[in-house]
Design a binder for this molecule. Structure first.
Ligand code: AMP
Length: 284
């Protein structure tokens, strides 16, 4: 496995690999690996002939006052995980490498970035799409792997790829959870013991939605009220949003008929945590 820090070196490695490898896979990450990241990497290794993992804590997707400085970094352990998983190339650029000059060109996906996290992090998705567009242009992968954990991010990136005719496929991987249901996140490290316990209410609340839909409840206001009451059991939880939206358009809905995305964002102590589930009412 090679570890490179420059765009030039990635291009040289990928060009050489192209001669032998039919499928090149990319797993974009911000490092601080947990089993969620590992599941994406393993999927890429299984399906691609040459796998690139990028590790870059992208400053442009953090807003003012967010946790860019504190964001967990565990580079050596991450490299070890990549090595053991059969990754071919790790791209770990500096900020100067990725943003050599003041960035004047941004990729902005409209509409889909407005609801949910977009309401609370107005410049976040612009940073995500811009850095992903850069990574796609640098690595030129055939497939890029993303997690369902960041559902809105995945939908936004898929739309960018479609709208801009980018020649790659996006593969989504299921959310990996701890045994008590909490979705793995690099930010779970910020939680103390009590907050970690309280955080299990996020998935419990999502499961309540699933059960209510299964039981035939279609009114989203009623479901959201129940979900909020579960989250409110823990005084440490500050709800940012509990939303039930159309799984494709991300627009709020009043009555559930088809595929929905139920998504939650909360603050618990220093951590902002998000989670979601997809439910298909037609299948219940
Ligand atoms: P990050 O390093 O947080 O930017 O995440 C890198 C990739 O890992 C993104 O595509 C995330 O959606 C994905 N990811 C993060 N947490 C999980 C999880 N618990 N299960 C599956 N994928 C995840």
């Amino acid at each position: 496995m090679k570890v490179v820090e420059t765009i030039e070196a990635v291009r040289a490695e990928v060009t050489a690999a192209r001669k032998k490898a039919a499928t090149i896979g990319l797993v974009p990450t911000m490092g601080a690996f947990h089993r969620g990241h590992i599941s994406l990497i393993e999927r890429a290794v299984k399906h691609c002939d040459f796998v690139v993992v990028s590790i870059f804590v992208n400053p442009t997707q953090f807003g003012p006052g967010e946790d860019f400085q504190e964001y967990p970094r565990s580079f050596d352990t991450d490299l070890e995980i990549c090595r053991k998983s059969g990754v071919d190339l790790v791209f770990a650029p500096s900020t100067d490498q990725m943003y050599a000059a003041e960035n004047l060109t941004w990729v902005n996906v409209e509409k889909l970035t407005e609801p949910l996290c977009g309401r609370f992090r107005p410049t976040h998705f612009r940073g995500v799409t811009t850095v992903c567009a850069k990574l796609f242009n640098i690595v030129l992968p055939d497939i890029a792997f993303f997690g369902q954990k960041d559902a809105q991010q995945a939908i936004v990136i898929k739309r960018m790829v479609a709208d801009l005719n980018m020649p790659l496929k996006i593969v989504l991987c299921p959310t990996v959870r701890d045994p008590d249901g909490l979705a793995l996140s690099s930010r779970n490290k910020y939680l103390n013991q009590q907050q970690r316990k309280d955080a299990t209410l996020i998935y419990k609340s999502l499961q309540k939605c699933e059960k209510m839909v299964e039981a035939g409840v279609t009114n989203t206001e009623e479901i959201i009220a129940r979900m909020r009451s579960i989250l409110n059991q823990a005084p440490s939880i500050n709800i940012e949003y509990v939303s039930i939206v159309d799984a494709e358009t991300l627009q709020s809905i009043e009555n559930i008929t088809g595929k929905i995305l139920t998504a939650i964002a909360v603050k618990i102590g220093p951590a902002r945590l998000i989670d979601n589930i997809l439910v298909d009412a037609a299948k219940q």
